[in-house]
Write a protein of this length. Structure first.
Length: 198
């Protein structure tokens, strides 16, 4: 029980420190509202869940191989996010009531989260630390992974809620909202680019 509490505290600290996933969540929430930000959260959580599946089944070799492949693929995501950020930054001011949500919010979030080799290897090292020594069954690792994922999900929803509140304030300053959204999208791309295997 103490190890699960430690996991919750450690994961909460991780959620507070924004990375590429949070930057994407905030950007999508600022642009499209809390609902689309929440769908992005579901996507990023699904992406992390895909990584955790590898951790739970203990496929170290597959994790290493996947990290090699994802290292190449992630650069397409970096270019896409930076391009999207620059395009959004340059967009003219618009009426928030008329902004239509992009249908691909879930998949954007899922791909950015799943294709990050740093989090893949980090999760493989982080999650097992909270499994009781001598009790590393698949069920126990799965429980730890589920708690980790739940805290991550709740924290990311809070980030979306925060951005949703900021969006209402920025409704009067649509040009600034576009620049802030563009900055967060570009930051997500840069964060993904800087993520390295350790």
């Amino acid at each position: 029980m103490s190890s699960l509490f430690a996991l919750i505290v450690a994961t909460t600290v991780l959620v507070i420190i924004p990375g590429p996933n949070v930057a994407l969540i905030v950007a999508n929430t600022l642009k499209y509202g809390f609902r689309m930000g929440s769908i992005t959260v579901v996507g990023t959580t699904a992406g992390v869940a895909l990584q955790l599946v590898l951790v739970v089944v203990g496929m170290a070799a597959v994790i290493e191989l996947a990290a090699e492949a994802l290292e190449l693929i992630k650069w397409a995501g970096v270019v896409y996010l930076v391009w999207l950020g620059i395009r959004t930054w340059r967009e003219p001011a618009d009426d928030l009531a008329r902004v239509e949500a992009a249908p691909a919010m879930f998949w954007h979030g899922c791909l950015i989260a799943a294709l990050n080799p740093k989090t893949l290897l980090f999760n493989a090292a982080f999650v097992p630390q909270f499994v009781a020594s001598g009790n590393a069954t698949t069920a126990n690792v799965a429980l730890v992974a589920a708690v980790f994922l739940a805290v991550l999900f709740l924290g990311d929803v809070l980030w979306a809620a925060f951005a949703g509140s900021a969006r209402r304030v920025l409704a009067r300053y649509s040009g600034w909202r576009n620049r802030l959204t563009g900055a967060f999208l570009t930051a997500a791309g840069i964060g993904l680019a800087l993520s390295r295997r350790t």
